[in-house]
Design a protein around this ligand. Structure first.
Ligand SMILES: Cc1cc2nc3c(=O)[nH]c(=O)nc-3n(C[C@H](O)[C@H](O)[C@H](O)COP(=O)(O)OP(=O)(O)OC[C@H]3O[C@@H](n4cnc5c(N)ncnc54)[C@H](O)[C@@H]3O)c2cc1C
Length: 494
């Protein structure tokens, strides 16, 4: 990888000016030194060094980093106009606080947490039984979802009746590319001790283990899969137009706004992950960050970024509300040391003093469902969310379906924690193991996305970057610009 001081080779004029200046400084200070005027020589050297630093920063990629923002020329001050400041709409925490708490507390803890065995195995029904357009031709036979792991790797209790399926390399049923297929390799298998309860917000029957399979999420990172075109568009269209229409500026129904913002925030996060780990060159199998895509799909739309923050705070609130449940839950994957680590990370997260001081109530759920029509509205929104959850069975790419289902279950779990317990007639909170896995993995995805947004800088900074002449791939994807979580991903070739 190149060093952060790599000079942008697309700026020959500036480079030659820089080189000339350095030579001039060197010659003059040598003359002064020979003439015995040491004092002037040092003064000259210092002025020269300062000029050199200023010029170098305008030629190297780290000029974009926040740390060096003071070195940017004044004409770039418009960059700040797109900075996200103030309270995140409908939440109780401001943008700067979210960024700093994410950076210092949540992001590092979550990155560790999701690699523990307990949190990396997700139970999922991967068949695409699309209830809305069965003849689509995109999402085909259930046999297409193949269990590739050996029978003995399955926990006894969750074995499916038949493990016979198509061969590993049979991608007939995969829309798009091989990278869309889910790797089902498992290396740890014992799970027990959690209740079997269904989630009223989601479509799948979480208590039905019959057609479920386990996947190792670490082997299946959410990234570019090549799934695009009418099939993908049809899903998003159905999600937005039928189930959570974008509200008008005069919309007073808070609950409808919440549903739209949650989905839009999730959509932003999915797009950010696609852009952060993108197949840049199919012939050489070169993967990397596609900044232009990230800019076009998310960063240049402030509302999409704002909705990402909203979704993050909503899910964070659910996690903090379920703190005592999560504290007492049994994290048992059969790997005692790793399970202790998972439990300890959960405790560190939910009891973190920095988080509690900075953002004690990320979102105030008590404000919702207050009017007379509250219960009716809740039923309606629950139905819409269930539809969205069912739409995940229509996603025509297996890996996208996996992450779509996980994240929608994570959102459904957050909704269940915030709105389906402690109301009259409801029992106390009970969560399935799979719901907790989905919830924490979703929070981690959102945390990664926020980190990308802050690492990449404001939308206008990206404008500046993209307005420059096209750079060679190597200088465009500079290591210092990549999100840290991308660099840690096991499947990302360096
Ligand atoms: C559940 C699901 C999971 C997916 N997972 C993956 C994956 O892991 N890897 C992969 O490569 N592809 C994945 N895809 C496909 C991907 O999301 C895009 O659909 C695809 O890349 C085509 O993008 P697009 O440019 O047409 O815009 P899309 O992202 O498809 O957006 C469609 C339309 O929705 C609107 N929109 C976009 N973003 C937002 C937002 N944040 N808020 C509100 N409205 C918005 C815009 O009007 C846009 O034109 C997934 C699709 C779905 C439905």
């Amino acid at each position: 990888m190149e060093s952060a001081l790599h000079i942008d080779s697309t700026k020959p004029r500036e480079i030659s000016l820089y080189a000339k200046l350095m030579v001039e400084i060197e010659i003059t200070s040598k003359k002064l030194s020979h003439g015995g005027d040491k004092k002037r020589m040092w003064r000259w050297k210092m002025v020269g060094a300062l000029i050199a630093v200023l010029l170098a920063t305008s030629l190297t990629p780290w000029r974009h980093s926040r740390r060096f923002s003071f070195l940017r020329s004044p004409c770039r001050c418009s960059e700040d106009s797109h900075k996200y400041t103030g309270i995140v709409e409908d939440c109780c925490c401001d943008y700067e606080t979210v960024d700093s708490v994410n950076e210092a507390v949540l992001y590092p803890l979550l990155q560790d947490l999701v690699t523990t065995p307990f949190f990396r195995y997700f139970k999922v029904k991967l068949w695409c039984d699309c209830p809305f357009w069965p003849d689509d031709g995109m999402c085909r036979l259930r046999d297409c979802s193949v269990c590739e792991c050996p029978e003995h790797e399955f926990p006894e209790a969750f074995k499916r009746p038949s493990l016979h399926g198509l061969a590993k390399d049979d991608l007939i049923c995969q829309e798009g590319k091989p990278e869309a297929a889910v790797d089902r390799t498992l290396d740890t298998k014992v799970f027990r001790g959690w209740p079997e309860v269904d989630n009223p917000w989601t479509n799948d029957d979480e208590t039905d283990n019959n057609e479920m399979t386990y996947v190792n999420l670490q082997l299946n990172p959410e990234r570019y899969t090549g799934y695009t075109g009418p099939s993908a568009r049809r899903i998003w269209d159905a999600v937005y137009s039928e189930n959570c229409p974008k509200y008008s500026s005069g919309e007073s129904c808070q609950e409808k706004k919440v549903l739209y913002k949650l989905i839009s925030g999730l959509h932003s996060s999915i797009s950010i992950h696609i852009a952060a780990d993108y197949l840049l060159d199919e012939t050489t199998n070169q993967w990397g960050a596609n900044l232009e895509l990230m800019h076009d799909r998310v960063l240049k739309h402030p509302e999409r970024v704002q909705n990402l923050y909203f979704t993050f705070l909503f899910v964070l609130r659910a996690v903090t509300k379920a703190a005592s449940y999560l504290e007492q839950a049994e994290y048992d994957s059969g790997n005692h040391v790793e399970d202790l680590k998972a439990h300890s990370l959960i405790r560190q997260l939910i009891h973190n003093p920095k988080l509690q001081a900075a953002c004690p109530l990320p979102f105030d759920e008590a404000k919702l469902w207050q009017g007379q029509s509250g219960p009716e509205l809740k039923q309606q929104i629950q139905k819409q969310f269930r539809n969205i959850s069912a739409l995940m069975d229509c996603v025509g790419c297996e890996k996208c379906r996996l992450w779509g289902k996980l994240q929608v279950l994570g959102l459904g779990t957050a909704l269940k924690i915030l709105f389906s317990v402690d109301t009259p007639g409801r029992r106390h909170l009970q969560l399935q193991r799979n719901e907790v896995i989905a919830l924490m993995n979703l929070l981690n995805r959102l945390s990664e996305s926020l980190k990308s947004v802050t690492d990449m800088g404001s939308s206008a900074a990206m404008d500046v970057l993209l307005s420059q002449p096209p750079l060679q791939t190597n200088s465009l994807i500079h290591e210092s610009w990549l999100p840290h979580w991308w660099k840690k991903m096991p499947m990302s070739p360096s």
